[in-house]
Design a protein around this ligand. Structure first.
Ligand code: ATP
Ligand code: MG
Length: 259
């Protein structure tokens, strides 16, 4: 019987990034396969957000390579960091989406406009089709009646669900989340975690930076513990969270459980 081969959606090799003299990412390699859910945990300042910002090309890297779906976005194989041509990068950017901690919705657009703007104006997709999909996404997020609301008229949890719908509307292969619940009260956090669980059940490929250790344990196929710009330990949640090898992982988890 033919083996079902998993598609590698993201391949990161030896990524490094400094701000001035501060080496924030030292040598990070990672692969993400289709339908994988990966949580990234680690202390404040360990480079988690910078890592996501490099992967989503909001930040330029200093060395290493990043490829999505087999297409090289950036590489330093030749000795200098070389990004793909603009038109290629635009296509590669279509492979991923990013959801921020602070929602980052356009304040002067309604929820619906936030969701439909890029698919219509950037992806140049059919307007009627995009509107229909946006309505379905709002429904899925439990926000059917909020399409015409502006961000300031929505709760933090509702804004974050609009932000998730906006990312999904671009039909990415892989979604990144940078602490999607840390700006939210516990009640609203639960709303968002429920949405993420539903996406995981639908086999959406996700990389989630989170401080929600219980959530990471229950939803992730793989947990990555980052400290000081390095991947210190990674593996199944049952290993990394419940039975860590590394002293730093142990100390971090101990501290988290005391909070
Ligand atoms: N634009 C920047 N300029 C200079 N230094 C930066 C910049 N962005 C991040 N840093 C530094 O890089 C280091 C890593 O920051 P980063 O935000 O990636 O950490 P983090 O793991 O996401 O932390 P947290 O859990 O608090 O969100 C920190 O020391 C930070 O001060
Ligand atoms: Mg961060």
């Amino acid at each position: 019987m033919a083996e079902i081969s998993k598609k590698t959606l993201l391949e990161v090799k030896n990524l490094s990034k400094s701000f001035g003299d501060l080496r924030v990412l030292k040598d990070i390699s990672m692969e993400v396969e289709q339908s994988e859910v990966i949580s990234i945990i680690g202390p404040s300042g360990s480079g988690k957000s910078t890592f996501l910002r490099c992967l989503t090309m909001l930040e330029k890297i200093d060395g290493g390579s990043i490829a999505y779906c087999g297409e090289t976005a950036v590489t330093s194989e030749s000795g200098t960091v070389c990004y793909a041509a603009k038109s290629d990068l635009r296509r590669i950017q279509g492979y991923f989406g990013l959801v921020f901690q602070n929602f980052n919705l356009f304040p002067h657009y309604t929820a619906l406009q936030n969701i439909t703007d890029a698919p219509i104006h950037v992806q140049k997709r059919d307007k009627q089709e995009v509107m229909a999909e946006a309505a379905a996404l709002l429904k899925k997020m439990g926000l059917s009646d909020k399409g015409d609301y502006y961000p300031y008229q929505l709760s933090g949890g509702q804004q974050q669900r609009v932000a998730i719908a906006r990312a999904l509307a671009m039909k990415p292969e892989i979604l990144f989340f940078d602490e999607p619940t840390s700006a939210l009260d516990p009640e609203l956090t639960a709303e968002i975690l429920k949405v993420l669980r539903a996406l995981a059940a639908e086999k959406m490929t996700m990389v989630i930076v989170t401080h929600e250790i219980d959530f990471a344990r229950s939803v992730s196929d793989r947990v990555i513990f980052m400290a000081d710009g390095l991947v210190v330990e990674q593996g199944a949640p049952a290993d990394v969270i419940d039975n860590p090898n590394n002293e730093r992982t142990k100390a971090f988890l101990r501290k988290m459980s005391e909070e």
